[in-house]
Design a protein around this ligand. Structure first.
Ligand code: NAD
Length: 470
């Protein structure tokens, strides 16, 4: 079957010499074909990006104007973009539309940022300036949970800083990113933004390609380590946004009925497929049963279904591999004596639907607690002493984010500050915004995205230090 979508290479729509299928997770069946980028086509994209760099890197105001036009184009997205996101990713249609709106908003916000030279000294005899210079070509690689928005997290800052980019979405969700390339193709000069699609192998060709000077990667810890290793021989710069195993610690002063819905949606939004979703909950022993009951009731009332059906709150898990992984972790928890408060198995016979699952009678040392489930299954763990809960929350290689819940915000903040993670939230979770740096401690990543801090990650520092010839 020929690909129905096209890559964007050097400002042109490219069908590619080969194609590969994309599965709708609600049916488990292929519904579209996309190009499977060859090595020669990747070379074309890299060469185009390299050729476009000198002109593009000259004028930040011109770049800002282009990014504002990109944001405006996405404010009126073409008919079918949200529907396609639901078809390839699984999320409910209203959430797909929201992701596209956020993509536009992120682009518009980033376009407002600036990288002025810092003047440290300016006298008649000497001048010292600290400048931020673009790196060159950026190779950008994204995962399947928020494909179009996470693509923009890389496109907008990379381009504003003066770089050019070759972007590869996940093979599970390539279509909306390819469509993004098509939408922006006539706004961005040829070669500045290239979008290619293909499998994991395409990702490794990109990270070992001689042209890119920077790799901006979002995905799993395992792949992130491979990316870092591939970047090392050429000393390419890397930003790695990797997995998490976020703990939520509930303090004894809260009402379980009040926190339960907030905890539930902090864990189950996008069917749990968020890097910084709540992935384990530590709760005081005396509140344990009440919280389990509250969470169980919420889970039972949630509508799981095809994202295109009206009223669906949670769609399927995105792909078979992830569906099997979540199933395996829940089965393993059962074997270790866990109590499935609600859910615990697939829903229906078709597609990758899994019931929102609340798991009790479980503790650290069981895989569902220790590993990143990245799906709709949440372990609830009792604790006696807050210091012990903090120690357990921190005793992991992960360090993306975490939250503490308390009626006493000052106490909550004090406990949250002890968490070893990039974002420590109090009485909220998933508080991610375009003006705040987002990144992981420990194995959850290197560098940050978003805000001026994220923008700086797409630059090299240069000291320009001049004195008068005497
Ligand atoms: P993944 O690591 O399997 O794949 C991510 C991307 O890397 C895909 O585009 C894939 O094709 C590509 N890839 C695979 N092998 C590669 C290689 N050897 N070299 C270069 N690229 C390669 O991750 P996934 O399953 O798509 O996404 C889920 C993971 O992403 C979870 O761990 C989640 O926590 C993490 N994630 C992190 C963030 C964050 O900002 N920290 C955001 C979203 C998702």
């Amino acid at each position: 079957m020929a690909a129905g979508y096209t890559m964007t290479i050097d400002g042109k729509s490219v069908k590619g010499s080969k194609s590969t299928g994309v599965i709708n997770p609600a049916t488990g069946k292929i519904f579209a074909e996309v190009p499977d980028c060859s090595k020669a086509e990747l070379d074309q994209a890299m060469n185009a990006a390299q050729k476009a760099f000198p002109a593009w890197s000259k004028d930040i105001n011109a770049r800002r104007k282009v990014l504002n036009e990109c944001a405006a184009a996405l404010q009126q997205p073409p008919e079918g973009l949200a529907r396609t996101l639901t078809l390839e990713q699984g999320k409910p249609l209203d959430k797909a539309a929201q992701e596209i709106m956020l993509t536009s908003m992120w682009c518009a916000f980033t376009a407002m940022l600036d990288l002025p030279a810092e003047v440290l000294m300016d006298t008649p005899d000497s001048k010292i300036e600290i400048k931020r210079k673009p790196l060159g070509v950026v190779a950008a690689i994204t995962p399947w949970n928020y494909p179009i928005m996470l693509g923009m997290w890389k496109i907008a800052p990379a381009l504003l800083a003066g770089n050019t980019i070759v972007l590869k979405p996940s093979p599970y969700t390539p279509i909306t990113t390819l469509m993004l390339g098509e939408i922006l193709k006539d706004i961005v000069p040829p070669g500045v933004l290239n979008v290619v699609s293909g499998g994991d192998e395409l990702g490794s060709w990109m990270t070992s390609h001689p042209i890119p000077r920077k790799i901006s990667f979002t995905g799993s810890v395992e792949t992130g380590k491979r990316v870092a290793a591939a970047a090392a021989p050429d000393l390419k710069r890397v930003t790695l946004e990797l997995g998490g195993n976020d703990a939520a610690i509930i303090l004894a002063d809260v009402d379980p009925a009040v926190v339960a819905p907030k905890i539930f949606w902090g864990a189950f939004e996008n069917s749990g497929q968020i890097c910084s979703a709540i992935k384990r909950v530590y709760v005081p022993e005396q509140m344990y049963n009440a919280l389990l009951d509250n969470l169980g009731e919420i889970a039972k009332g949630v509508k799981v279904g095809d994202g295109l059906e009206a009223g669906t709150q949670l769609g399927p898990i995105n792909n078979k591999m992830q569906f099997e992984r979540v199933t395996e972790l829940v089965e393993d928890a059962k074997k270790h004596g866990a109590k499935i408060v609600t859910g615990g198995s697939r829903v229906g016979k078709e597609g990758y639907f899994f019931a929102p699952t609340i798991v009790g009678n479980i503790s650290d040392g069981v895989r569902l607690v220790d590993e990143e489930q990245f799906g709709p299954a949440l372990p609830i763990i009792p604790y006696k002493d807050v210091d012990d809960a903090v120690r357990r929350a921190n005793s992991t290689h992960f360090g993306l984010s975490g939250s503490v819940w308390s009626n006493d915000s000052a106490r909550g903040t004090e406990v949250a500050s002890q968490l070893e993670c990039g974002s420590a939230w109090v009485n909220q979770h998933l508080a991610i915004a375009p003006n705040l740096p987002f990144g992981g401690a420990k194995w959850s990543g290197i560098g940050v995205e978003n805000g001026t801090w994220g923008l700086m990650g797409f630059t090299e520092i240069q000291v320009v230090n001049s004195v008068k010839l005497s």
